[in-house]
Ligand binder design. Structure first.
Ligand SMILES: [Fe+2]
Length: 350
């Protein structure tokens, strides 16, 4: 074990005041506030740091729009951090802060950091579920909450020009575990010291709905169960925070890949913020799979997205023990290509 998940997600934004209100309404706990930055945290100790987009302390990549500018991954011990840096230092510059935090760029140019992290244990007790003939709560009502309180940062998602190369940097150089592949659309990996289905997901810029440039897509926060999630959705809605993607993956929905219940909000900090519950939790016994991207996207959705309507979607999932499903998708692919045979792909990579 070495990397325990996202220690800090550092955002560059246009309006710190508005963006701080968003995170407060979302249920994060304020830690500190100055003219230059606002810091929030969740129960695990993961932090959201909000700075202005033109803050000179931020890396230059992804500066063209609001979003995560640097992801700091938490490492369990100083020895593990040294081991990771000894390898990374072979082929890239590493800058160390006075507190030991290391900053560097991934092969695709993504700004990353590593620091030792004393991750806090999180306590959850989702209510047992009743069903006909299967009584798990007798004369016992479900939990009443006053608001949703995110417990963890479960994952971050970025658009990438070559999602296979971006993923493999995390697998080969940071010890992440490849977990699943949405064929032609993107690939998932889990930090070795956490059990959530994925800690990072790279989405291809070749997707029709994706931007042309790499950059931040969304960040997901773990909640106890669907009731906490929907309470949070209702309260965010009443405060004016909306989901404008109702024809894509909007509304309360459940992914087939990862099994997670989710709801996205448009986020003034950039991209979307996701409430996330009942995901699959994995360990190293997990065997990765490759999915038709339409089949893998959804188990069900509140608003059926256009790509699910009228299509005869194949129940297409195979195991991918040796990562071989990724091979045909190496390189930068043309916009709109969604899994044609390799010979039909136009590779623009030099
Ligand atoms: Fe997500």
């Amino acid at each position: 074990m070495a990397i325990l998940g996202v220690e800090s997600a550092i955002f560059g934004v246009d309006d710190i005041e508005l963006c701080s209100k968003f995170w407060t309404d979302f249920g994060l706990t304020g830690v500190s506030r100055s003219a230059a930055q606002a810091v929030f945290e969740v129960a695990s100790g993961s932090k959201v740091v909000v700075r202005r987009r033109d803050d000179a302390s931020l890396p230059s990549a992804y500066a063209d729009k609001p979003g995560i500018r640097e992801t700091i991954w938490g490492v369990d011990t100083a020895e593990a951090l040294d081991r990771l840096l000894a390898d990374l230092g072979r082929d890239r510059p590493i800058h160390r802060d006075a507190d030991g935090t290391a900053h560097f760029l991934a092969d695709d140019g993504m700004p990353l950091g590593l620091r030792v992290w004393n991750k806090r244990a999180v306590v959850s007790q989702p209510d047992a579920v009743n069903a006909p003939g299967r009584i798990q709560r007798l004369n016992l009502h479900r939990k009443w909450r006053q608001r949703a309180i995110p417990k963890t940062i479960n994952h971050v998602v970025f658009f990438a020009r070559d999602y296979v190369a971006s993923l493999e940097f995390f697998v080969d150089r940071l010890g992440f575990r490849y977990t699943d592949h949405s064929r032609g659309a993107g690939a998932f990996a889990r930090a070795d010291g956490t059990n959530e289905h994925h800690s990072i997901f790279f989405v291809s810029t070749a997707l029709p709905m994706a931007p042309d440039e790499p950059g931040f897509m969304h960040i997901a926060f773990g909640l106890e169960d669907i009731d906490e999630l929907m309470l949070g959705v209702n309260q965010m809605d009443m405060k004016g925070w909306k989901n404008s993607g109702l024809n894509t993956l909007g509304g309360l929905s459940r992914h087939r890949i990862s099994s997670a219940i989710y709801y996205y909000f448009d986020n003034p900090n950039g991209g979307e913020a996701e409430y996330h519950a009942d995901t699959d939790y994995l360990d190293d016994n997990w065997v990765p799979r490759v999915w038709d991207w339409k089949f893998g996207s959804l188990l069900w959705a509140t608003y059926t997205p256009s790509f699910w309507r009228g299509a005869n979607i194949e129940w297409d999932m195979k195991f991918d023990k040796d990562r071989s499903s990724l091979e045909p998708f190496r390189g930068i692919r043309q916009k709109g290509s969604m899994g044609p045979p390799p010979s039909e792909m136009i590779k623009l990579k030099a």
